[in-house]
Design a protein. Structure first.
Length: 182
């Protein structure tokens, strides 16, 4: 029996340390990750925080949720949230932080137990949501696959193995992949 959006939100609020996701009505807990995964996530998040104006954007690392429909809720490893979208959550302990509007940036970092799930399930949902730039980082292969939303609604993608990369959705932001993978 599928879990409803209301039941999911109750579960997630009552067990905040569980990091619960919902994929097409099926409850799924994000597993704990390795040092390399967490290091890459923290490095990416830190580089974003240092370059983004906090009046305009907030960065989330393994917190906050995105949804497309009432049966799918994910916790991206890293996401950038326009501040205007955060206002309805402020001062509200009874609301789970869920964003249904497309975000400028969402990233997932490869891990053995979640790698296929991220690519096969989460990335297509991020694209259906219309998120502008979607990254899949692989800390062991030292690669970035960047998916970018085009004017026609389709996504292009490129694989990058190092150096500096400027975000298309946030053109004032440049990420140093060599530092991120060091």
């Amino acid at each position: 029996m599928p879990i409803t959006a209301k039941t999911y939100q109750i579960i997630a609020l009552e067990d905040p340390e569980g990091r619960w996701e919902l994929h097409h009505g099926a409850l799924r807990e994000k597993p704990s990750m390795s040092y390399d995964h967490n290091y890459s996530m923290t490095q990416l998040g830190s580089q974003l925080i240092l370059q983004l104006d906090p009046v305009e954007y907030q960065v989330r690392m393994n917190t906050g949720r995105v949804s497309r429909i009432d049966e799918t809720y994910y916790i991206p490893d890293v996401s950038v949230i326009p501040v205007g979208l955060t206002k309805r959550f402020r001062g509200r302990y009874d609301l789970l932080e869920i964003y249904s509007d497309p975000l400028p940036f969402v990233a997932e970092i490869w891990f053995p137990s979640t790698g296929a799930y991220d690519v096969d399930q989460k990335l297509p949902e991020y694209q259906r949501r219309g998120d502008w730039e979607i990254w899949r980082l692989h800390p062991y292969e030292r690669t970035l696959t960047a998916y970018r939303h085009g004017a026609d609604g389709s996504y292009s993608h490129e694989v990058v193995r190092g150096g500096l990369i400027t975000l298309v959705a946030l053109p004032r932001v440049t990420i140093d992949l060599d530092a991120l993978f060091s």
